[in-house]
Ligand binder design. Structure first.
Ligand SMILES: Nc1nc2c(ncn2[C@@H]2O[C@H](COP(=O)(O)OP(=O)(O)OP(=O)(O)O)[C@@H](O)[C@H]2O)c(=O)[nH]1
Ligand SMILES: [Mg+2]
Length: 220
C-alpha cells in the first residue's frame, strides 16, 4: 500500500477482489449446469422488470426460466415477475446500491441450476455502483430508455463499458420524447465501439421477436 493512501481504498479493493473470486466460482457453476445467465443494469425505471415480465412469459413456452431481482427495498418486482409462472427470488439489499456475487450465490443456494435453461438477474436501478461488480453472468445488458436522454452513455461510460449489449427500451415513446436516434447510437459507439444495440418496446411488443431470437441464439 502506498503511503498516505486512505484505508477506505484498500477495503474497497479487497471487497472487489473477493467479489471477483465468488463471481468466477459462480461462472464455473453456471457453465457446468448448462444455464445461460443474463444480467440487466440500468437507471431506475428504465424498464428492466417490464421487459423481463414479457421475456419470462414468452420464453416459458419453450425454456425453463428463472429470475433474481435486486432492490434496496420491497418485494414488488419479484411479485411482478412471479406472475409469469417462473421461479423468482427478490434480493433486498438495504442500503447497498448494487448486487454482489455473494448475494447471488446465497439467493441461488437451494436452486437446482441444472433444471434451468435461462436465469435473468435484474440489478438494482443505478448507473454507477453495479458496473464494478461481476456477478458471474454470461452476458450483461445495459438498458437505456428513450425518455432518459441520448447523453447517458457519455455521462456514465463505465456502465456501458462493463456491459456487452445495449438495449434501448420504451421505443414506443421515441416520437413523443423526441429521441434522437442517431445521437444516441453515436454516443454508445463512442464509449463502446462496436457495441450491439437492440431496440424494444415491452409495451407494444415492437422488437420483442428480435430480442427473443437474440436470447435463443445465446444458448447456441
Ligand atoms: N411506454 C412504455 N412504458 C414502459 C415500457 N417499459 C416499461 N415502461 C414503464 O416504465 C415504468 C418503469 O418500468 P419498470 O419495468 O418498473 O422499470 P425498472 O427498470 O424495473 O425500475 P426499477 O426496478 O425501479 O429500477 C413503468 O411505469 C412501466 O410501465 C415500454 O416499453 N413502453
Ligand atoms: Mg425493476
Amino acid at each position: 500500500m502506498k503511503v498516505n493512501e486512505p484505508r477506505l481504498v484498500e477495503v474497497r479493493r479487497n471487497i472487489l477482489k473477493r467479489n471477483d473470486m465468488v463471481a468466477r466460482e459462480l461462472r464455473d457453476t453456471f457453465q457446468q449446469a448448462g444455464i445461460t445467465v443474463v444480467s440487466l443494469v440500468s437507471s431506475p425505471g428504465s424498464g428492466k422488470t417490464t421487459l423481463l415480465e414479457k421475456t419470462l412469459t414468452m420464453l416459458k413456452a419453450h425454456y425453463r426460466v428463472a429470475a433474481l431481482v435486486g432492490d434496496l427495498a420491497t418485494e414488488n418486482d419479484a411479485q411482478r415477475l412471479s406472475r409469469s409462472g417462473a421461479q423468482v427470488r427478490q434480493i433486498v439489499t438495504g442500503t447497498v446500491c448494487h448486487l454482489e456475487a455473494e448475494m447471488v450465490r446465497t439467493a441461488l443456494d437451494e436452486w437446482k441450476l441444472a433444471d434451468l435453461d435461462f436465469l435473468f438477474i435484474e440489478n438494482v436501478g443505478n448507473l454507477v455502483c453495479p458496473s464494478s461488480y461481476d456477478l458471474g453472468e454470461q452476458l450483461r445488458l445495459v438498458l437505456l430508455s428513450v425518455t432518459e436522454g441520448e447523453d447517458k452513455p457519455l455521462k456514465y461510460p463505465t456502465i456501458f463499458n462493463s456491459a456487452d449489449v445495449a438495449v434501448v427500451t420504451k421505443v414506443d415513446l421515441a416520437g413523443p420524447a423526441e429521441f434522437d436516434w442517431s445521437a444516441a447510437l453515436a454516443n454508445i459507439e463512442r464509449v463502446r465501439p462496436g457495441m450491439r444495440v437492440i431496440r424494444v418496446s415491452a409495451k407494444t411488443g415492437e422488437g420483442m421477436e428480435d430480442w427473443l431470437q437474440f436470447l435463443v441464439t445465446l444458448k447456441g
